[in-house]
Design a protein around this ligand. Structure first.
Ligand SMILES: [Fe+2]
Ligand SMILES: [Fe+2]
Length: 252
């Protein structure tokens, strides 16, 4: 809920310390709040995706706008990883360690991008952004199975598909540091999707559900967007997508 960026990063690292010192209590909370608006700074202003101005990467502003959109994703990703820790109380301990680890990596990503953005002469908040990532997080707060399917395995997995072309574009405009950062992000995001896959499978097993059919079912019934390629099959495979799932993606 902390809206101030620096205080949020500070509190997150304190949280990670507490975890590593085994200071977490696993007593259940009586009330778990729905979080329509997690802590975030006043800016960026949020607009609907169709109202985001399209900018060419060739211009300095377009270059910064691309970095800004990634910064926004990473910032949201901190909130959504922490929400996965806070909200779902019946998971094994390792689940909480996994998602705290994700939160830590997201904050590292955010800070790298934020610094790079500063080199380009901009800061987080200078461009409008959309709220799709949090919206889906909010809409999946009733069920960790649906959350794992739609947030890490669909939205974060989309990052695996779009990052390599983005790396090529940055390379073509000579942004070496940008290329370097995105490569780190891609590597780490494979791990985040894998965490989602692992806990998705765990929950399917507990409920005697076929993970392949269940994933398709959730995409068809809960996902607003279309699942569109091109997909990064190799990265998705590394992130735990099964052969059946890969074959299915190839039909879309
Ligand atoms: Fe990230
Ligand atoms: Fe991530």
């Amino acid at each position: 809920m902390e809206p101030d960026i620096d205080r949020k990063m500070q509190q997150l690292s304190e949280l990670l310390n507490l975890w590593s010192e085994q200071q977490f209590s696993f007593d259940k909370l009586d009330v778990i709040h729905r979080i329509a608006e997690p802590g975030r700074p006043e800016k960026p202003i949020l607009v609907s995706p169709k109202d985001l101005p399209r900018r060419r990467l060739g211009s300095e502003e377009g270059h910064a706008a691309l970095m800004h959109s990634i910064a926004h994703i990473e910032f949201n990703a901190i909130n959504l990883a922490l929400d996965a820790v806070y909200r779902f109380q019946d998971m094994p301990e390792r689940y909480y360690g996994d998602w705290l680890g994700v939160a830590g990596e997201e904050s590292f990503h955010f800070q790298m991008i934020r610094e790079h953005l500063a080199h380009l002469g901009y800061e987080y908040g200078d461009f409008p952004a959309h709220n799709g990532l949090w919206q889906t997080t909010y809409e999946t707060d009733h069920d960790p199975l649906v959350r794992m399917a739609l947030v890490p395995r669909t939205l974060e997995a989309r990052g695996l598909d779009v990052t390599p072309p983005m790396i090529n574009k940055l390379r073509s405009i000579g942004d070496k540091r940008g290329v370097e950062i995105l490569k780190i992000l891609l590597r780490d995001e494979i791990g985040h999707v894998e965490v989602g896959t692992r806990w998705f499978r765990y929950l399917c097993e507990q409920q005697n559900l076929n993970p392949f059919q269940q994933f398709q079912h959730i995409i068809e019934h809960y996902y607003h967007g279309d699942l569109n390629g091109p997909f990064n099959y190799e990265a998705r495979q590394q992130a735990g997508f099964s052969d059946d799932e890969i074959a299915w993606l190839k039909t879309l």
